[in-house]
Structures are given as C-alpha cells and as structure tokens.
Design a protein around this ligand. Sequence first.
Ligand SMILES: Nc1nc2c([nH]c(=O)n2[C@H]2C[C@H](O)[C@@H](COP(=O)(O)OP(=O)(O)OP(=O)(O)O)O2)c(=O)[nH]1
Length: 149
Amino acid sequence: MKHRAQAIVAVHLILRRDDDVLLGLRVNTGWSDGCWHLPAGHLEAGESPLDALVRESAEELGLTLDPAHAELVHLLHYHESPPRLNLFFQVRQWSGSPVNAEPDKCADLHWFSLRKLPTPLVGYAGAALARLRDGASYSEWAEAGSAAR
Ligand SMILES: Nc1nc2c([nH]c(=O)n2[C@H]2C[C@H](O)[C@@H](COP(=O)(O)OP(=O)(O)OP(=O)(O)O)O2)c(=O)[nH]1
C-alpha cells in the first residue's frame, strides 16, 4: 500500500517596503519563542493558501491584503514528521499600517533591511530569504541545516 505524505501547510508573509522586510519577535507560542520570524500561520481546514495569508495578515498585523498583490515567491519543504510545506508570499502593496495586533504572541514588530537581518532569526526563514535573494523558488530544510536544491 502506498503511504502518501500528509504535510502541514504554513503561509509566510514577506511584506516589502523597498529593501526592508517586516519581522515579528515570537513569544508564548511554544515554538521558536525569542526568535524573529516572518508573519506566518497554518492553513486551516477549507482554506486556500491565499485565504490563510489574507486572514493571518489581518489577525497578526491588522492589514487588509488584496490577494492579487500577493506573489508566491518561494516554497520550502521542511523535513520533519509530519513534513511541512512552507509557502512564502511577497507583498509590496497593502491597505493600512501594520500594527502588532497579537502582542500576547509577538513582543515586537520591526522593519529590517534584507541585507541586515536580526538574530536570532528562525533558521528556515533566514534560509528562504537568502535563497530567494539568489533567485531560487524552491529549497529544503532540516533542523541540522538546509539542503538547498
Ligand atoms: N518546523 C516547524 N515549524 C513550526 C512548528 N510549529 C510552528 O508553529 N511552526 C511554524 C510554522 C510557521 O512558520 C509558523 C506558524 O505558526 P503560528 O504559531 O504563527 O501559527 P498560527 O498563527 O496559525 O497559530 P496556531 O496554528 O499555532 O494556532 O510557525 C513546528 O513544530 N515545526
């Protein structure tokens, strides 16, 4: 019998202001707390990745995103059990100003130059941004490190 993988899907927002990107400092989430990370969220039942991106942007940042302005720029397969498909959408136009709408889960929100990202940064987010800078639309990551392809 075939064993088909059942992957968890997570969407990530690369909100771009010229050469800057918006990152949040995770707290009280139970995963990578104390690290900077892109605004992100898990796909919920019945949602498309774009639905999830629009919902998470509103919940976490108070932003209204037009899905037409979201460009899928990278897919990172995270080797874990279950595996994770991490989708990265870049957005350069939006309505409203980003605010920290979930201060219980995010201690700080800040714009950073893509050339000078903060530490500690969630490893695979930094890897995806670096690979994207190199023009790659696909990469793989395992906790021990990345296996870029
Ligand atoms: N590799 C890995 N990534 C994880 C784990 N848990 C976890 O939240 N993440 C990452 C994937 C996404 O980047 C991001 C989404 O988490 P989130 O906590 O922002 O998700 P969410 O807003 O949908 O909230 P929830 O599903 O935890 O209730 O966190 C994990 O166990 N392994």
